[in-house]
Write a protein that binds this ligand. Sequence first.
Ligand SMILES: Cc1cc2nc3c(=O)[nH]c(=O)nc-3n(C[C@H](O)[C@H](O)[C@H](O)COP(=O)(O)O)c2cc1C
Ligand SMILES: C=C(O[C@@H]1CC(C(=O)O)=C[C@@H](OP(=O)(O)O)[C@H]1O)C(=O)O
Length: 388
Amino acid sequence: MRYLTAGESHGKQLTTIIEGIPARMPLVQEDINSSLLRRQKGYGRGKRMQIEKDLVDITGGVRHGYTLGSPISLVVHNDDFKHWIDIMGEDPIENNTKLRRVVSRPRPGHADLNGALKYGHRDIRNVLERSSARETTVRVAAGAVAKTLLKHLGIKVCGYVKEIGGICAKENEFTMKERMEISESSPVRTLDADAEVKMMDAIDQAKKEGDSIGGVTEVYVEGMPAGIGSYVHYDRKLDSKIAGSVVSINAFKGVEFGIGFQAAKMNGSNVHDEIAWNEKQGYYRSTNRLGGFEGGMTTGMPIVVKGIMKPIPTLMLKPLQSVDIETKDPFKATVERSDACAVPAAAVVMEHVVAFELAKAITEQFTSDQFPQLKKAIEAYREETRCF
Ligand SMILES: Cc1cc2nc3c(=O)[nH]c(=O)nc-3n(C[C@H](O)[C@H](O)[C@H](O)COP(=O)(O)O)c2cc1C
Ligand SMILES: C=C(O[C@@H]1CC(C(=O)O)=C[C@@H](OP(=O)(O)O)[C@H]1O)C(=O)O
């Protein structure tokens, strides 16, 4: 499985083409729209989310509610495009009656300056339009297709917030159902109701000060069979693929599995998860400190992975020092709109990029052009490994 995305933040639309989803898998628009809606709902977003109403148009690869085995193409239109036609339209510049606003002031922390240097764009808009996290809309759409595949194989994936602006949610025991419900309904998507209020206050405060805050998101997966991924080559280790895809999300700077960085300070006897077996479950671990991975492969325990998101770089009232690339004069940037905190939205993005990597690993390991065969192969493998 693989996918590409295309489209600019204020352009006409975003597109993704997904290859490798087997034929005859049930897939309807609602499977994707529910995810798009969740991504839009996170607390802390700026004015752009009030303009957009993200809905998918399935333009290829699906017929009468089932996949065809051909590439699946998905489109999400940008409602904001109508306000940007002069700036983002296809008309050659000389035919454009309105003066184009050229962006020459790079924002620290965004892709602006490096992107301009790399591609030689003297109008930084040519960089920021594509580096914008607007692109995560169709990454979520592609991930929603992957999540649908996993769901039909009995694998559940959910994402929520662990920390915002230094406020941490308490570690609590939750069932998968509870995790999914909270992740789908709460404005901050955190599992700790007390922390949720404090997190919202922190976001409001950052907004008031024209500043931004980051945080930590977690993805929790139940139902992955043991032994998915591989230890035989560096580029077949599934935990490393997940880590790469998480850090590819805009503003994500780190990843942890299970207890993560804490393991560095602990003894091995308190880190590794002891192995047990019973008739019903087969092999399992009595703890899950390593978060579901050993040797680049799943252990069959829940996958627990955290992503670290830095604060949003565009700052409304706390502009940082930068240099105008036209005049070379120093300036302090002011902006019209930006998110103060996108961690709750990013939890949804992370959930979907992780889902894609899991579905990809499964379809690589159990190759089949037809979904019903894939399902049978996984069921047989589960049974085989249970009794092994
Ligand atoms: C859901 C989401 C929303 C974001 N919103 C903004 C925003 O409003 N303003 C901004 O400057 N950056 C925003 N970002 C972060 C930038 O896209 C990101 O910092 C930028 O692409 C540079 O990449 P890097 O931070 O990974 O180096 C957002 C990120 C995500 C995941
Ligand atoms: C549009 C989205 O996020 C955008 C990500 C983003 C950035 O610089 O990454 C900047 C903002 O865009 P604008 O400048 O149009 O307000 C966010 O709103 C979205 O998530 O759908």
